[in-house]
Design a protein around this ligand. Structure first.
Ligand code: UDP
Length: 385
């Protein structure tokens, strides 16, 4: 029997980034995939699985509205262990920095199953920001038997931490594999307002925000800034696919109801979201994944954070960190909407995060770990960067 490689994931961003890897595992003729979802997110996770045609083998179904982080971690530990015991995978893949991923890494480690960390080595340098992701990713690094670093910068972070000598392979971020697949699909928008907007050719300011460390006053200020921008730029449609978390909704929505040029939607399926991203003039976000995707489509990104674990696009000039101060948000967006040269300077398409081959390299690195194939060349050493 071929060794089984188990992938465990639970949130939308993880689902997007593991989907190309699961597809590559399915296509492998040396290993078999086993897919486990925890259900840390529910609908947003299922939407992505559906888009990529993935049917999980196991669903731990841990979702509960407003569940505190410790309960999420406890449930994953409790419910994953019997699945690990039954499936006996040769390795467990976890992705990124969610509570699901770190809890799954601990559960695998307890069973002495090698942990493969996809998107390893991102560091903001501040354990409290993003919270709890920076801590999660550092903890997972301690347990991993193979680090799949998306970029040279993330590889260097891991080398600096002098971990136990587990191999590091630079793969490129698999989000670019997912983006390149999804952006071609161009599905119809489920919200007629968006279909109408796409036809109208109006300018779009695309906004997403949900980070836990912005809950409270900062999120309130973001809502006020969006209201002011909607008023100042009646020719621009502010589009906010709003996160399911009620804390986020309660902070933002009261500032936006009065404005006809604000479109608030439910979270969009990934195909729809990438279509909207391709239409946008400016992106305002605190999302990690969108910081990686938007530069590939040549979209200027203003990041609602003080720091980032993704410095590559900041260096490339397509991403700027602006924090969450209300006046600063209004000023920075105003500049990009009124100064064509400033917009142009940030709107150059770059691919600092990957070339669409991240999943292929990841699976090759895993089969190499199991002594079943050669080590892949690091991304950036193949003359393809
Ligand atoms: N995304 C989506 N639908 C939406 C908003 C975002 O599919 O309505 C995608 C986006 O393209 C990105 C990912 O979800 O790949 C980002 O998820 P999120 O912001 O929740 O997490 P983060 O990237 O910050 O970890």
């Amino acid at each position: 029997m071929r060794p089984r490689i188990m992938t465990v994931y639970g949130t939308r961003p993880e689902a997007i980034k593991v989907a190309p890897v699961i597809k590559a595992l399915e296509a492998s003729d040396v290993v078999d995939p086993v897919t486990v979802v925890t259900g840390q997110h529910r609908e947003m996770l299922d939407q992505v699985n559906e888009l990529f045609g993935i049917t999980p083998d196991h669903d731990l179904d841990i979702f509960e509205h407003g569940a505190p982080l410790s309960l999420i971690v406890a449930r994953v530990l409790e419910r994953l262990d019997p699945v690990l015991a039954a499936e006996r995978p040769a390795a467990v893949i976890v992705q990124g920095d969610t509570s699901t991923s770190t809890a799954a890494a601990v559960a695998a480690f307890h069973r002495r199953i090698p942990v493969v960390h996809l998107e390893a080595g991102l560091r903001s340098g501040d354990v409290n920001s993003p919270f709890p992701e920076e801590a999660n990713r550092r903890l997972t690094s301690q347990l991993a038997s193979l680090h799949l670093a998306p970029t040279e910068t993330s590889r260097a972070n891991l080398v600096r931490e002098a971990l136990d000598g587990a191999p590091i392979v630079v793969t490129g971020n698999t989000v670019i594999d997912a983006l390149l697949t999804a952006v071609d699909k161009k599905p119809p928008f489920s919200d007629p307002a968006l279909e109408h907007l796409a036809d109208s050719g109006r300018r779009v300011l695309l906004v997403t925000t949900h980070r836990r460390e912005s809950w409270g006053d900062a999120m309130d200020g973001i809502g006020r800034a969006l209201g002011r921008l909607a008023e100042r730029f009646p020719d621009t449609q502010v589009v906010l696919p709003v996160h399911r978390n009620p804390v986020v909704r309660e902070a933002l929505l009261p500032h936006l109801h009065a404005h006809p040029n604000v479109t608030v939607t439910e979270p969009l399926g990934y195909g729809e979201f990438t279509r909207l991203l391709a239409l946008a003039s400016v992106v305002l976000t605190d999302s990690g994944g969108i910081q990686e995707e938007a530069p590939s489509l040549g979209k200027p990104v203003l990041v609602l954070r003080e720091n980032t674990e993704r410095p590559e696009a900041v260096s490339a000039g397509t991403v700027r960190l602006i924090g969450t101060d209300e006046d600063r948000i209004v000023d920075e967006v105003t500049t990009l909407l009124t100064d064509p040269a400033a917009h142009e300077a940030m709107a150059r398409a770059t691919n600092p995060y990957g070339d669409g081959q991240g999943a292929r390299r990841s699976v090759a690195a895993i089969t190499h770990l199991l002594d079943l194939g050669p080590r892949p060349a690091d991304w950036g050493t193949e003359g393809n960067r």
